[in-house]
Design a protein around this ligand. Structure first.
Ligand SMILES: Nc1ncnc2c1ncn2[C@@H]1O[C@H](COP(=O)(O)OP(=O)(O)OP(=O)(O)O)[C@@H](O)[C@H]1O
Ligand SMILES: [Mg+2]
Length: 476
């Protein structure tokens, strides 16, 4: 840090305050002092501390209350807690629960304190750079990778910035493809844990028998087939963020165990004897209304309240169509990079077509449409002919639009329950069209799509591989 570090010292003992202040000055930093929490909060209005040192036991607002208020303020400088000798447990608790940066036992070793303040100071510097960056991004209608000009998206960005840096649970709801996972990743990126792992587990994709071992891990021999000890998601996500996707699909018994972990941050592997501490920020997502999942008996009420500290609801794309132009621009940029294309824009007719559609698959559907169009166009302007047929037809012409469409077009009704083929379509093209359309209908749920199509999951995977659908963002 180029400028002098500003250090606020909070201690009720005058001799401690002046001693610490003298030390801090001698290290080339600027000290300020306060005798208890309220005074400290007041001082912070004028003195933009990079680092705070605080005692815990003080008359007036004590260290715990002070930390809480700092955290509620949302913008907490790294805070080092000074504790009495032998009070390690309280200290660790303060760091975990109240978000303190670290703790030091009294009597304080000056060299230790100096290292710690400098380390906390560089942490603070990173934070402020990041804040400037984030402000700029919001201003341009995006936050990280998320695009959103619509007022409801801007509100979500503000909430993300508040909730991101904390360890609080966040419940993310919204239809399929609205960006729930992206929100979870953005929360992670905005948190001090961003250098730690981001782990996502989809509760709907795992059989009930495996979900607990995936989540909590298991010891060798804990059940038939457990031939090795295995770490669970909580361990893998240590010091990072864990996304529990489709939380309403988690078995009720597992939900009870999850709740306990959220309460006391301790995990025991299946078949394990000891518990160990985990430091994981948990976020959960669901595309169903959580209140209904609770009343329907699929989601424990107590777990719902525990997860719902912050609630972020993503509106469907059809309710924020003003975001489409900006999203198109960003997504075209992504696709150009991914496929080495040089597309510059979309024609105004294309924008009209995109604006007319109801987007049942939300942003994911828009992304897939644009990916295909970018590949087909290769460079320059995306014209209407590069859109899938179901987007090309004007509402009045729906059903007769065939003549104007490319030979292999597969037209489908907007709301997806109908697929039409033109004369001139080959069996192979028709099969591909039907498969992709069915996948879009099941929101890319391959098991369901295979069921509807009456083919095995393996056949479906093979077909997708054949189409190079991985390239098309469908994922074989
Ligand atoms: N606001 C946004 N800006 C840019 N891209 C977005 C936005 N929202 C979503 N996307 C993109 O759309 C795609 C789908 O998003 P994501 O996977 O997060 O949806 P989801 O809500 O988790 O869907 P599902 O319920 O099916 O799991 C991703 O490629 C994501 O990057
Ligand atoms: Mg998802």
């Amino acid at each position: 840090m180029n400028q002098r570090l500003k250090v606020l010292i909070v201690d009720d003992e005058a001799s401690q305050r002046s001693g610490l202040a003298a030390m801090v000055s001698a290290w080339g930093m600027t000290p300020e002092t306060a005798a208890e929490g309220n005074e400290a909060l007041q001082k912070l209005n004028e003195f933009a501390a990079d680092v705070i040192l605080t005692d815990l036991n003080m008359p007036g607002l004590d260290g715990f209350g002070f930390l809480k208020r700092l955290r509620e303020g949302g913008d907490m400088p790294p805070t080092i807690v000074l504790t009495a000798y032998g009070n390690i447990e309280t200290a660790v608790k303060t760091v975990h629960e109240l978000g303190a940066y670290w703790f030091l036992e009294k009597p304080i070793q000056p060299s230790q304190l100096e290292v710690l303040i400098r380390r906390a100071g560089s942490h603070a510097e990173l934070r402020s750079e990041k804040r400037v960056l984030e402000r700029n991004l919001v201003y341009k209608g995006s936050l990280g990778e998320m695009v959103g000009m619509a007022p409801r998206m801007q509100e979500i960005f503000a909430l993300l910035q508040q909730a991101g840096p904390s360890k609080a649970c966040v419940l993310i709801t919204g239809e399929s493809g609205t960006g729930k996972e992206l929100v979870a990743r953005t929360l992670h990126a905005l948190s001090p844990r961003r250098h730690g792992p981001f782990v996502a587990i989809n509760c709907a994709a795992l059989p009930e028998t495996l979900i607990e071992s995936e989540l909590f891990g298991h010891e060798k021999g804990s059940f038939t087939g457990a031939s090795e000890r295995r770490a669970g998601c909580f361990e893998v996500a240590q010091h990072g963020t864990l996304l529990l996707d489709e939380i309403g699909e988690m078995p009720m018994l597992t939900q009870a165990k999850l709740l306990r972990i959220l309460e006391d941050s301790k995990v025991r592997r299946l078949g394990g004897r000891t518990e160990f501490e985990v430091d994981v920020r948990v976020v959960a997502a669901t595309n169903k209304a959580p209140e209904e999942a609770v009343s329907g008996g699929h989601l424990r009420e107590d777990l719902f309240y525990r997860l719902n500290v912050f609630h972020i609801h993503l509106p469907p794309l059809r309710e924020r169509k003003e975001d489409i132009p900006a999203m198109v621009e960003t997504l075209i940029g992504d696709m150009n990079r991914k496929h080495a294309c040089r597309v510059t824009e979309v024609s105004s007719e294309v924008l009209e077509c995109l604006d007319r559609h109801r987007w049942p698959g939300n942003v994911r559907e828009l992304r897939n449409v644009l990916e295909r169009a970018v590949i087909l166009a290769g460079e320059g302007t995306i014209e209407v002919k590069y859109l899938p047929a179901f987007l090309q037809s004007r509402p009045a012409m729906a059903g007769v639009a065939a003549a104007a469409q490319p030979a292999a077009a597969v037209a489908a009704a907007d709301d997806a329950d109908e697929v039409k083929f033109q004369i001139g379509t080959t069996v192979e093209e028709a099969e591909k069209g039907l498969i992709l359309r069915t996948l879009a209908h099941t929101r890319n749920n391959k098991t369901r799509a295979a069921e509807i199509l009456g083919i095995s999951l393996k056949t479906l995977h093979n077909k997708l591989k054949e189409y190079g659908s991985h390239e098309l963002g469908i994922g074989a």
